[in-house]
Design a protein around this ligand. Structure first.
Ligand code: UDP
Ligand code: MN
Length: 356
């Protein structure tokens, strides 16, 4: 009797231990699943997240990093996070054609409600459930276009999140009332964004352009890309074959290869044609989405004060091949005034040392 009782006790104890082990193993497994399917709490923000996939290189090491280091910019590196898979090549939640309305009663509150959730300070985002394949800095040249910026943030944040990009929004604000210089502001954006994070792709976008199709992904390709291929103001097609204005994307390597953009195009006109020529002279091609995916709506506006058409810019275009290696990211000079972290974007205010 005693013996039987003892055996019963031992068996019960063994069963209890094995049950606990099973539960523990199951719990552990579920944790993994939670993280990958997005039901778990998102991982803490890290400066640089890297997927643990031996087939993916962290840094292609094409020699451009060294050039960037000449500019005093940091190179990002980070410990691997074991739990998250790579995001898929085709983001699963895209919607295709979108309805875009520029509602002038839109307030900053509306913008926050539409675009705020999931963002980190300064307009930074990383997908919570996978490691993005694209670290994208979005660079917007800016002065005195607050309402346009509201529309842009309202529409773009939800789109960029659906596109599963690891992105940051940088609004490069030209200080003072001097003549505007779009291309130089874009160069400043490249440098300032790289000071914060190891972005590998740069989307340079006017503040007044909103894509009408979220399949137009704000990422880089193996050639520089002209994303705004079909703008409403040009009847949803290119105004001319070599047009490269509006929204373009270049990888860090592509941008360095063309020595960035010209610093010497003050006022309206020509800088986008110079950018196109740089790409051609460095033996690259421009890729574009088709006319349906590349549709854009521009907020209607008059020409801004201090951004009048500059008749000298057209003359400069013939010289691009001669000037481009000396005028660009390697000759960029400016004075940083402030960097302000807003909830939905980082504002970089800069003195461009314009002509007096
Ligand atoms: N821009 C700005 N403030 C200005 C002038 C230009 O913010 O005073 C920026 C803004 O991002 C704008 C871009 O530069 O979308 C290009 O200027 P604009 O819209 O006048 O060019 P266009 O509509 O003729 O392409
Ligand atoms: Mn415009």
């Amino acid at each position: 009797m005693n013996k039987r009782y003892l055996r019963l006790l031992v068996v019960t104890a063994l069963l209890a231990v094995s049950y606990r082990v099973t539960v523990w193993m199951h719990d552990d497994h579920t944790d993994d699943d939670d993280t990958t399917t997005g039901f778990g709490s998102p991982p803490p923000p890290t400066p640089n997240r890297v997927a643990v996939d031996p087939s993916v290189e962290e840094d292609p090491g094409l020699g451009f990093s060294d050039e960037i280091n000449h500019l005093g910019l940091p190179r990002g590196s980070s410990p691997p996070l074991p739990h998250l898979p790579l995001c898929p090549s085709f983001p699963p939640k895209l919607e295709g054609p979108l309805r875009i309305e520029f509602d002038w009663t839109r307030t900053m509150d509306d913008v926050h409600k539409e675009s705020g959730p999931g963002l980190q300070e300064g307009g930074r985002f990383q997908p919570p459930d996978c490691i993005s394949q694209h670290k994208v800095a979005i660079i917007i040249p800016f002065r005195n276009r607050a309402q346009h910026l509201k529309h842009w943030l309202y529409y773009l944040h939800p789109i960029l999140k659906r596109q599963q990009l690891d992105y940051g929004v940088y609004v490069i604000h030209q200080h003072g009332n001097g003549t505007f210089n779009r291309a130089k502001l874009l160069n400043v954006g490249f440098v300032e964004a790289l000071k914060e994070y190891a972005y590998d792709c740069f989307v340079f976008s006017d503040v007044d352009l909103v894509p009408m199709n979220d399949r137009n992904i704000y990422r880089c390709h193996d050639q520089p890309r002209h994303l705004s291929a079909a703008m409403d103001k040009f009847g949803f097609r290119l105004p001319y074959k070599t047009y490269f204005g509006g929204v373009v994307s270049l990888s860090r390597e592509q941008y360095m290869r063309i020595n960035g953009f010209p610093n010497e195009f003050w006022g309206w006109g020509g800088e986008d044609d110079d950018m196109y020529s740089r790409v051609m002279y460095k033996k690259m091609e421009v890729s574009r989405p088709d006319n349906r995916v590349g549709m854009y709506k521009m907020v209607r506006h008059a020409r801004d004060l201090h951004n009048e058409e500059n008749p000298h810019n057209a003359g400069k275009l013939g010289l691009t091949r001669l000037t481009m290696d000396a005028d660009g990211i390697n000759s960029l000079r400016y004075t940083l005034k402030h960097v302000t972290k807003h909830a939905l974007y980082t504002m970089v205010t800069v003195d461009l040392h314009g002509p007096k």
